[in-house]
Design a protein around this ligand. Sequence first.
Ligand code: UT7
Length: 324
Amino acid sequence: MGTVVLGTGSCLPKKVLTNVELESMVDTSAEWIQTRTGIETRRIGGKGEKTYQLATKAAEKALAAAGVSAEELDLVVVGTISSHMLMPSSACYVQKELGATNAFAFDLNAACSGFLYGLDLADKYIRANHDMKVLVIGAETLSGRLNWQDRNTCILFGDGAGAAVCGYSDSDRGVIGSSMHSDGSLWKLLYMHAPESSNPDLIVKGNNGAYIQMEGREVFKHAVRAMEDAVTRLLVKENIDKESISLVIPHQANMRILAKLVDRLDFPQSKVFINVSKYGNTSAASIPIALDEANSSGLITQGDTILFCSFGGGFTWGATLIKW
Ligand code: UT7
């Protein structure tokens, strides 16, 4: 009995950027990117593909799959760190575009963990009020928040959106539990400045642009340890055997991070959904895009136990278990 996903959807920009194309943009090689990250291509937003526009298209598909109308929604949450405006939120744009006139809407800034934090929030709202329908979206156009001269970051990220419509079921299905965490003390390892302040007293020293900046090697180590810890705690808390998990859908950051994580957790590779080679790291959008791909390709059956885990800037990380 609990919060179930009634329908999923996703939307990827049309433009594909390959590793070979990146060779002529920054000092890198297709071979380096492929072997160090597992990424082969990523999508880059163009005209009509702002964060809220990708989010709206993903949401329309999720609503259609769920058989839920926009007017039935009570809440729209968008996990994002790349809205085209600081105010209003992307969620308010999505609410307007969908005509979700009965929903309140806000964005959630948890970087790559935005979708899982949003799902957790939806679960808490829905448990408190079984009539609620919550639309949870992860959407990003980080292509506009990258320094395209910085080879440490610009080769990693991509744009896209994924969405899930959540509601209540009185069957034995639903969110089993979650394990959510943050550590703000490590922010300097992965961050993005805001636009420069117009108040001279509040100008941030070292603000060299609203771009992603990262100590990749450090982030790598923290990501593996943190996700392993969140998953292990959650399985213990919920008394779930690894063997009973049907599919793991992790945040798609880097093939090597995923390989290490899967190895440490001792999950069979065949149970882990990976699409990072096609889209790179789409931050908050990565889990819902992967979920929609897994769902629409028939990899998920009712009653399956699905495990999600994420890690991102903040640091933010977590894991969620759901009986589909
Ligand atoms: O959602 C969480 C967000 N962030 C992440 O998931 C990122 C986590 N970190 C990583 O995925 C990896 O650390 C990277 C893919 C970013 C880097 O891989 P690495 O194996 O940790 O490489 P490194 O940073 O230790 O750099 C090794 C070498 C360096 O050269 P030297 O000092 O050995 O001569 C880098 O300058 O590779 C160089 N390098 C590159 N070379 C070609 C760094 N980026 C590139 C590049 N192309 N794009």
